[in-house]
Design a binder for this molecule. Structure first.
Ligand code: F6P
Length: 496
């Protein structure tokens, strides 16, 4: 494989942002895109026509177009695990046989949702979704973002093995009206299986006659779910080729489909498909996932940035930073290339972030005046999600715009403690409204941006071997294995 040659990118010497704006009245038009109800604006980054060209050349040499085709064609681009990465087939964009298989699985999910709505499982008001990582973060985000006004079902997503997380859900829910969705691609994840056992015990202990009859399994390992005790009719499978952190489009999205309604779930898939088509068919200089990745790579490879921060200026998107952390850091936090050579360039930066305006009063000091350069991404929504006086939403959005402007403009002051250096980059994603279609498009954008980053970095975004050692060590600790002196001391203090 051709390794990325960063020399042209590192040789870029863009002028300060204010000068870039002064020099080019069409800068905003040139560095923005409107896709699927989302305005993307990279004009406040240091991307220039020359930079975009340098990245397009890099995309060419690392085979982005062919790899993108391979992704959508269902080829085995997850080379270390020898399989395809077929999350796009879930939304209708992929190899015909994979799309057909996904439709079949969706049909099963829909039929079960219809049955639940018709009270075939008895009265259901509460959904206790148990899963972790990709089997929790996506559904949690969907329900939190879109389900606030939905009065169909109450959903609790429990991921942590800390029993307190389960107890909070137990306190809220009536066991006689609760169904449990056990979400696990592998159906072996220790935390999820322990939580699922305890949730069954809670149903049993509260007089539910047939606790297993209240369990639905969302998994790519149906046999394991059946062996664990779930009736085959309540196992909602998805394909092995759908990665955990890319799985919210599959049956892992079940609680969202149930709580928001099937039509909403389908609209989300359609929004994602629209972004997929944009990614597949649009030239790189107007291609939203590609341009976003180019900006990411400029800051990591040429400016030494170690983090990127995303701030959602919308309470409904408060879980977006956590979702992005898994998507980006588990995908692209790698130290070898796809064919196993050590990389000598930085891979994914640390993804972090929060919610505006809260973050302005907590962490923005560092962004404006700290010694580290942190590219910032703002995400806002034009149509308000609240029914309070307009002043709330106006202030929210105006604050977001003001922060981007302030980071860029800076301010001179004789007293250095009061001076702002400025020239600090940000990009803005402005959604027309937060509905299933637009959220689907937004999340697909993030997936495809992660993919472009990976291709240009020369790494495989679809494996995650780095999580295995800790799991093995935890199992060894349970079995009293040998550890270093510090760990042994800690275990002894906790367990005697
Ligand atoms: O440990 C990491 C991981 O494998 C993630 O990639 C995945 O999303 C999560 O654990 C949960 O895995 P599963 O869905 O198999 O329970």
């Amino acid at each position: 494989m051709t390794l990325p040659d960063w020399s042209a990118v590192r040789a870029l010497t863009p002028a300060p942002l204010n000068q870039l704006f002064d020099a080019d009245p069409s800068r905003v038009a040139a560095l923005s895109a409107d896709v699927a109800g989302i305005r993307f604006d990279w004009s406040k980054t240091h991307l220039t026509a020359e930079a975009v060209q340098a990245f397009a050349a890099l995309a060419d040499s690392t085979g982005l177009a062919a790899k993108r085709d391979a992704l959508f064609a269902g080829h085995a681009i997850n080379v270390t695990e020898g399989r395809a990465a077929e999350h796009t087939a879930e939304r209708g964009e992929g190899a015909p046989e994979s799309v057909a298989r996904a439709r079949g699985f969706h049909g099963r999910m829909r039929a079960l949702i219809d049955a639940i709505e018709a009270e075939a499982l008895g009265p259901v008001r509460h959904i206790l979704h148990i899963g972790i990582g990709g089997s929790a973060l996506g559904p949690d985000l969907l329900v939190d973002a879109l389900g606030r006004d939905a009065d169909r079902y109450d959903v609790a997503v429990v991921s942590n093995v800390d029993g307190l997380a389960l107890e909070e859900a137990f306190d809220r829910f009536d066991p006689q009206a609760t169904i449990i969705a056990v979400a696990s691609k592998t159906f072996t994840t220790t935390e999820t299986m322990l939580n699922a056992d305890s949730a069954l015990g809670w149903l049993q202990g509260n007089g539910v006659e047939d606790p297993y009859g209240r369990v639905i399994a969302l998994t790519a390992a149906p046999d394991k779910a059946i062996a664990w005790g779930v009736d085959e009719t309540r196992v909602l499978p998805f394909a092995e080729s759908v990665g955990g952190r890319y799985s919210l489009w599959s049956s892992i999205g079940f609680p969202a489909a149930l709580a928001l309604g099937w039509d909403a779930f389908e609209e989300m898939l359609e929004g994602a498909a629209e972004m997929d088509r944009h990614f597949r068919l649009t030239p790189l200089e107007k291609n939203a996932p590609a341009l976003a990745a180019f900006a990411d790579l400029y800051y990591t490879q040429a400016r030494g940035c170690e983090t990127r921060a995303t701030f959602a200026y919308d309470e409904r998107l408060r879980l977006l930073p956590s979702y992005l952390q898994q998507l980006e850091m588990e995908s692209n936090g790698k130290r070898v290339t796809a064919d196993g050579q050590p990389v000598t360039w930085p891979t994914a930066p640390i993804t972090w972030g929060g919610v505006g305006t809260d973050a302005q009063h907590a962490v923005f000091q560092l962004l404006h005046q700290g010694t580290r350069l942190v590219p910032v991404e703002f995400v806002g929504v034009i149509e308000p999600g609240d029914s309070q006086a307009d002043s709330h939403h106006n202030q929210l959005l105006l604050n977001m715009f003001a922060q981007g402007a302030a980071l860029m403009a800076g301010r001179a002051h004789q007293d250095q403690a009061r001076a702002y250096p400025g020239d600090r980059p940000s990009s803005t994603l402005l959604l027309d409204r937060l509905d299933p279609r637009t959220l689907g498009a937004l999340l697909a954008f993030y997936e495809q941006r992660t993919f472009v980053n990976a291709v240009l970095l020369g790494i495989n975004p679809f494996d995650q071997f780095g999580v295995e050692l800790g799991k093995e060590m935890a199992r060894a600790a349970e079995q009293g294995g040998d550890f270093d002196a510090s760990t042994t001391d800690l275990i002894q203090r906790a367990f005697g």
